[in-house]
Design a protein around this ligand. Structure first.
Ligand code: SAH
Length: 223
């Protein structure tokens, strides 16, 4: 994705980041390749660029964060999607996860509730020629118009599994969502089993996300 080639002064840092992701157990080569390609430093505020390839979440304004690279890798791998699949992302934030999915050839639909964040993310993604469809809205109720999706990834912590999102999945599709308290959440990989919206859940490790706020999430004055 870099236009500057040899002038990419962050390439080594990105290679180190990807090595660390491998060491931490990320095995899907398509995910690793996308994370080597996408320039994370372009998605963080300029004063934080030198930390862009640390395995850490960083503030992006409005009290929100760009997710930690390891978290992005775990969620992307858990989606089990392929090129040309349709994925719905809830919580565009910086746009970094959007860019990772798009770099894997996935058709990305992304929803962000804070319009100023979506505006900035759109500008960055468009400057990189990333193809995506986005809107400012409450993502807990999904995006019916474009459903069903092959996968749905929720990049904010939910109090419980948002059931409407399961309805908008294809049978066999996965919903990756962190569920728990406001302090920490367990990553859930939910597989839709049939058209009756029955599902099975696999539990992954614990993470810490900003809250998912909306009709099927936390409410503005919770906590
Ligand atoms: N994927 C992002 C993560 C950003 S943090 C990245 O890589 O940068 C999670 C984001 O979810 C925040 O920007 C927050 O505003 C947004 N969010 C929280 N609740 C939401 C909801 N109901 N619908 C859409 N976005 C939501």
């Amino acid at each position: 994705m870099t236009k500057t080639g040899l002038l990419d002064k962050y390439l080594e840092a990105r290679e180190d980041m990807v090595r660390l992701l491998k060491d931490r157990g990320i095995a899907d080569e398509r995910v690793l390749k996308a994370m080597l390609q996408v320039e994370r430093h372009l998605f963080v505020p300029i004063p934080l660029r030198n930390h862009a390839y640390d395995d850490a979440a960083l503030p992006i304004g409005e009290g929100q964060t760009i997710s930690q690279p390891f978290t992005v890798a775990v969620m992307t791998e858990a989606l089990h999607v392929n090129e040309y699949d349709k994925v719905l992302e809830i919580g565009t934030g910086s746009g970094y996860q959007t860019a990772i999915l798009a770099a894997m050839g996935i058709r990305v639909f992304t929803i962000e509730r804070i319009s100023s964040l979506l505006k900035t993310a759109r500008q960055i993604l468009e400057s990189l020629n990333v193809k995506f469809v986005s809107k400012t809205s409450d993502g807990t109720i999904g995006w019916k118009e474009f459903s069903p999706f092959d996968g749905i990834v929720v990049t904010a912590g939910a109090p419980e599994i948002p059931k409407t999102l399961i309805e908008q999945l294809k049978v066999g599709g996965k919903l990756v969502v962190p569920v728990g308290s406001l302090d920490f959440q367990q990553m859930k990989v939910v597989t839709k089993l049939n058209e009756n919206n029955e599902f099975e859940v696999a539990d992954k490790a614990d993470f810490k996300f900003v809250p998912l706020i909306g009709r099927e999430g936390w409410h503005e004055n919770d906590g």
